[in-house]
Design a protein around this ligand. Sequence first.
Ligand SMILES: NC(=O)c1ccc[n+]([C@@H]2O[C@H](COP(=O)([O-])OP(=O)(O)OC[C@H]3O[C@@H](n4cnc5c(N)ncnc54)[C@H](OP(=O)(O)O)[C@@H]3O)[C@@H](O)[C@H]2O)c1
Length: 319
Amino acid sequence: METTITLKRTGAKMPLVGFGLWKVTKETCAATVYNAIKEGYRLFDGASDYGNEKEAGEGIARAIKDGLVKREDVWITSKLWNSYHEKERVLEGCKNSLALWGLEYFDLYLVHFPISIEYIDPKVKFPQEWWGVDGKTVTPIKVPYQETWTEIEKLVDAGLAKNIGMSNAQGSLIHDVMRYARIEPQVLQVELHPYLTQESLITYCKRLNIAITAYSSFGPQSYVEINCDKGAVSLLEHDTVGSIASKNGKTTAQVLLRWALQQGLAVIPKSNNHERLVQNLACTGFELTADEMKTISGLNINLRLNDPVDIHPSFAIFA
Ligand SMILES: NC(=O)c1ccc[n+]([C@@H]2O[C@H](COP(=O)([O-])OP(=O)(O)OC[C@H]3O[C@@H](n4cnc5c(N)ncnc54)[C@H](OP(=O)(O)O)[C@@H]3O)[C@@H](O)[C@H]2O)c1
């Protein structure tokens, strides 16, 4: 099986299995990234909002210094936070992240959400998150996506991002971007798991040659620790996934990742635990049958766990 997906515009080969950095603690992040590289991970999915880009960069730098990898062997993704969408802020947002990572360029830079909020100086609050300095007020601002995208394209011109893409976007927004993009999005990163299968979005992106990275592959699991799992039955402990896992001699986590990979999607599982991190990377050496794929897809209940409408009613981007 292929271990990378080739992006249309640049021909760059993006690893299909990467490591997600959301909720990787600052204290453990550098060591986790270093050890993940040792185990074979070559893609790291970061974001300004995760607040651990400096530590992740330290892990990369140590791995390069120790000769485990060269810069060009690792794929680093980062994301522009919502408070940097205005045209005069985009470059600043990207440069801040690059400085934290200690990198000259990102392999992939995404617009984190199609939602714009009031700027906050990182010296005052960092990561800025959704809320203002008082920690509770959310202040939306009016920035058209085109304004942000036009600036994101300039990051490619400046050599700061090799590839650019979107995140948390639906078909209608992608359709609009394709009307004006000078540099088309190469990747869409979205929540996608057996409770939220999004078949028509996958079909549309394949038609446009936009690669999809599925996030939160384990569904509710990631949201338990932030009390946002919406009471859903765990996919990792689901009987249906469990019986397919035992039949294949794999764990439920590996089956969930494999289900995404077999649809041509990239995955970025996160783990703060070394054993699970290693286990997640080993999701390529087996094949689910067409029936098993269908059975897993049949679990779909259109359950969206990461929905910004839960932050503010005017952020109903998936309504
Ligand atoms: N673009 C966006 O808006 C967006 C949003 C969400 C996520 N993401 C990206 O996608 C990445 C992955 O998504 P995610 O972090 O939400 O969730 P995830 O990778 O689906 O799940 C992580 C959760 O599963 C547990 N876990 C990991 N491996 C396991 C295994 N083999 N067996 C049992 N439990 C396991 C982890 O616990 P332990 O850590 O204790 O192992 C953690 O609680 C993020 O880290 C981030 O990079 C992007």
